[in-house]
Design a protein around this ligand. Structure first.
Ligand code: ZN
Length: 425
């Protein structure tokens, strides 16, 4: 396989590069970088106006496999990731069995290796507690040795402070972060949407923003106390952004992520009673979105991750209160980020690449992708200007539960290269 990626704009935060340049790729390796490259045997791909970036990673994905293969499998999840412009994903441990045993990690890695011939790297996030029950720590050392890149009970919070303390202590010995799904369960028992005027009007039980914030506040104290590393998943409120901002100012090892749906939609979207507007944490208010955008811009929020949470059509086709939480995200993330953040002058393309590629890899301690001669071509290529309409039926994901069906977006992925494979979206 020989390719010349011609005339694209290479944005590479690790190499501090932002320039139009050609890449000659031979058998999955970057042979040469330069202007006006030619090679007789190579297929030339014109990338004028397109961006070439180090491969994007979605550090928050539910692949549902093992245990819930009617929602997603490792094969379909990997296909959705490639179609969405990602060369890597982290898969969350709320499978059945949970990822609390090295054998589950080996199962995932074996399946990921053959899915699309290993195009997408799959990095398991192991459970903090056995069975994610919050009672006893998982064997963290064994899980780290088996390949877990982080620890989380995602799907649920680590609500027990002592468990969180020990998780932060032990995980820091293996240089892995603890990823918290921040939710105080005592305040969200019946909640299905953001607590506020809209919930009152709709007659739906509310879920207050403070339920997220008090958990983050506690965890920041524990992180400072233990010297551990803490990452806030899918941050949704203005108060959470401010807590992380202040913690970072104090030099505490806290990082954070936000999902595309939380910077795009407010709780007003629930007015339709479309169960694809039901997610955990819930959609918040315009004030929260404004705070999240400022947090993205000033670096308080390090990462954009999707919380890709597939559910089958039948599971979501019930009344709002009974529906499961979660939406798919892999195949709309780049389009939403370009539409809502780049087109609206919140983030530059360089900053977007940092939040989709450089920062999550740094947080997870993964090797930095080098876009230089002699290195493996691990690339995401996207068009920041292409206009398109989201069609859930065309998703590679087994599940179609998105609130963005029919929405026009500006910007989309073009293709990915990784591990000697290329895929054109
Ligand atoms: Zn979560």
């Amino acid at each position: 396989m020989q390719l010349i990626l011609k005339g694209g704009r290479l944005i590479d935060p690790a190499g501090k590069r932002d320039e139009e340049i050609d890449l000659h790729v031979v058998d999955g390796r970057i042979e040469k970088l330069g202007k006006g490259l030619t090679a007789n045997a190579a297929q030339v791909i014109d990338l004028k106006g397109k961006v070439v970036a180090p491969g994007f990673i979605d550090m928050h994905v539910h692949l549902r496999d093992p245990g819930f293969e009617h929602k997603e499998t490792i094969e379909s999840g990997v296909a959705a990731a490639a179609a969405g412009g990602f060369t890597a994903v982290c898969c969350m441990p709320n499978t059945n069995p949970a990822i609390d045993d090295a054998s589950v990690i080996r199962y995932i890695e074996a399946k990921a290796k053959v899915a699309m011939q290993g195009l997408v790297d799959v990095y398991p996030v192991a459970a903090v507690s056995q069975g994610r029950k919050g009672e006893h720590l998982s064997p963290l050392a064994e899980l780290a040795a088996a390949g877990a890149v982080a620890f989380s009970d995602d799907g649920d919070p680590v609500h027990n402070a002592e468990i969180m303390r020990r998780a932060l202590e032990y995980s820091s010995m293996f240089k892995r972060p603890v990823i918290q799904h921040a939710q105080d369960p005592s305040m969200t028992r019946d909640g299905v949407m953001n607590e506020g005027l809209t919930a009152t009007r709709l007659g739906l039980p509310g879920w207050p923003s403070v339920a997220e914030e008090i958990m983050i506040a506690r965890d920041i104290h524990l992180t400072q106390f233990t010297g551990g590393r803490y990452h806030v998943a899918h941050m949704s409120t203005a108060g959470s952004v401010e807590l992380v901002r202040q913690a970072k100012k104090q030099g505490i090892a806290v990082t954070s992520e936000v999902t595309p749906h939380h910077f795009t939609l407010t709780d007003e979207a629930v007015r339709t009673y479309d169960t694809n507007t039901k997610m955990n944490p819930p959609l918040r208010t315009q004030d929260d979105i404004e705070a999240i955008k400022i947090g993205l811009r000033d670096g308080t929020i390090d990462v954009i991750a999707t919380d890709h949470a597939p559910h089958s059509f039948d599971e979501k086709e019930v009344e709002y209160i009974a529906a499961p939480f979660g939406v798919v995200g892999l195949e709309t993330a780049i389009g939403l980020a370009l539409s809502e953040l780049f087109q609206k002058n919140i983030l530059s393309l360089y900053q977007l690449v940092e939040k989709f590629s450089f920062n999550p890899r740094r947080i997870l301690g993964l090797p930095v992708i080098k876009v230089t001669e002699g290195e493996t071509a691990n690339l995401t290529i996207f068009d920041p200007a292409a206009s398109w309409v989201v069609d859930p039926m065309s998703f590679k994901s087994l599940s179609k539960n998105t609130p963005f069906g029919g929405r026009r977006l500006t910007g989309r992925p073009i293709g990915v290269l990784n591990n000697g494979r290329a895929y054109w979206c």
